[in-house]
Design a protein around this ligand. Sequence first.
Ligand code: NAP
Length: 592
Amino acid sequence: MDRLVEFLAGACACFFGNVAAKLLSEKFTRKQLVEHNELLDDRARGQVLEACDVLIVGAGFAGMYMLHLARGLGLSAAVVETASGVGGTWFWNRYPGARCDVESMQYSYSFSEELQQEWHWSERYASQPEILAYANYVAKKFDLFRDMKFNTRVTSAVFQEEESRWLVSTDQGTQYRAKWCVMATGCLSAAQTPNIPGLETFKGGIYHTGNWPHEGIILSGQNVGVIGTGSSGIQVVPELAKQAKHLYVFQRTPNFSIPARNRPMDADYENSWKKNYRERRALARSMPAGILAQFGDKSALAVSAEERRREYERRWAAGGTSFMAAYPDLLRNAEANETAAEFVREKIRQAVENPTVAEPLVPVDHPIGAKRICADTSYFETFNRANVTLVDLRANPIRDISPDGIMAGSDFYELDSLVMATGFDAITGALSKIGVVGRQGFTLKEKWRDGPKTFLGLMSAGFPNLFIVTGPGSPSVLTNVIVAIEDNVKWIADCIAHILDVNADYIEAAASAEEAWMEQVRKTAEGTLYIQAKSWYLGGNVPGKPAVFMPYVGGLPNYQKICDEVAEDGYRGFDIGTRLKRTGRKMEAQGC
Ligand code: NAP
C-alpha cells in the first residue's frame, strides 16, 4: 500500500482558511466541514493520511476475503478493525458454550480447495475458539495480517466528490483516502444492552455475551443472572449452570430450540465431504439458505399426522436447524407451521420435569422459525437442576436493577454477576455507528431514518463506490453467512474490476432500482410468517428502530441469480460514470 504522509505539523496553518472557504463554496454541509476541519487538525498534529485503492472496514470473514480478492485484482487494500484480531463476531462472542449452528464442514470458506482440504474441524458444530483459530489460520495462510490495522475504530467515511474518493477517519487519528470503501461490518456485531432502570448501579460484574471478556471469567460459587433466551442465552445457560452456585434465567419470550446433537467429527463423514467438496458446495448454493440439507417437497398438510410425526421425530433425533426443512410450507402456512411448533412444544414439556417450570418455557407467541430457531445442548433439561431458576418476566417484569440484584414483579433476586444475552442491533447496527456521508453531504443515517434502503443489499443510492457485504436487502442472516459473504465479496470484486476495465470512476445504485428492490424485499417477506414475530430481523429488539423486515427471504439461489444477471446486463440498475459532477442530480429527486 502506498503510504503518504501528506501534512506535517505546523506546515499548513495558512492552508486552513483556504480549504474552509473552498469547502463552503463547494456547498459542503456544516457537518462535512467540521469533519474536514478535524482532518486538518489531525494533520496539523502530525497525523498520518494513508492512501489505498480499497479500504475495508472489518476483519471478519467478509473483510478477510475482500482483502484477498482486492489484492488479486492488483489493488492496494487495507483493513481497519476495532478488535485486536481477525474473526469479527467470533472474536467477540467468547461466552461459554458459543458455537456455530451451521455444520463445520459447511461453515467455512470454499474459495480455496487447498484450504478446505487441509483444515480439520474437530466437531460437528465448531466451537467459537475453533472458528477463531480457523480465521487466524486463514489470515496467516493468505498473508492478510500485513494489511490489517487492529485496535482501530472507523468513526466516519466521507465521500469527496471532487476526487471521487472516500475519506475514512479512525479513532486512532490515521485516515485513509480510498477510491473504494467496503463495509464488511457484519450483521451481528453491535451488541445491544437494554436500558433497564438501575443497571448502572449494579455492583457485580456485567457481561454481554456479544462482548465477552477475553481473559475469561470464573463465575463458580456465584449467584448469576442471565437476561435473554435467544440463541446466545440458550447456549450460555447450560454452561453457566455447571459453574454457578445458583443461576437465575430471566426470560421475556420463550424460544423454539432443537437439540444440536453436537459430537466429535466422524472421520468418514469428514472424508466424504473432503472428497466431494466441489459438488457439495455447489449443491449447497442451490439451496435456499446455502446449506446442504434434505428438503421435504410436500406440504406438511399433505401427509398424514403419523407420517408427519415420524418425519419430525427423525429430524429431532438427527438434530440441528434443518428441522425446519422438513416441509417447504412451514414458514408460509400458519397451519403447517403449527404442526411443527406443537411437536417441539411437546418435546419441551417432556424435557422439563416440573410442569410449572415447563409451561413458561413453551413458546406460543410466534410461529416456529419466524424468530431465528435455536440449536441447543441440554438447554431445556438444564431447568431440571436444583441450582437453576426460571424467572418468567411476562408474569413478573423486571422493575429495576439495584446494586445487589434484580427486582422482578414482587421478588428480589440477589446476584453477584449479570450476563446480558440480549442480542444485537442487527444488520444495520455496526454501520449506523459510522458517520457515513455520501454525495452532497447526505448521511446514511438520515437516508435510512425510516429503514435501510439498498439495491441488492450491496449499495445505497447517493453513496458511490461504497459497498456493503451482506447488507440489508440481502439474504445474509437467513443463510450460511459464509456462503453469502463469499458470493457478495466476489460480486463486489468483479464489479470493481468492471469499473476499472471500462475506465470509469464510480458506480452507484440508481434510486429507482433501489426502490424497486426494497419493494421486492418487502413483498417477499409479506408472503411469509417471518413478519409475525417481533424479531431482530425486523429491528423489533431495538427501541426506536424502524420496523422494516431487513433480510431478503427469497432464498440465496434466487438472490444470486438476480445479482449475476444484473452484472451480466452491464450492472443494470447502477449508474456508472466518470468523475461525479457536483451540480449533478439532486439527492431529493432520487428519493434519498
Ligand atoms: P436475540 O436472539 O436477539 O435474543 C435476545 C434475548 O434477550 C431475547 O430473549 C430477548 O427477549 C431478550 N431481551 C432483550 N432485551 C430484554 C429486556 N429488556 N428484558 C428482558 N429480556 C430482554 O440475541 P442472541 O441470542 O444474541 O442471538 C442473536 C442472533 O445471533 C441469533 O438469532 C443468531 O442468528 C446469532 N447467534 C447464532 C449462534 C449460533 O450460531 N449458534 C449463537 C448465538 C447467536 P425478547 O425475545 O422478548 O425480545
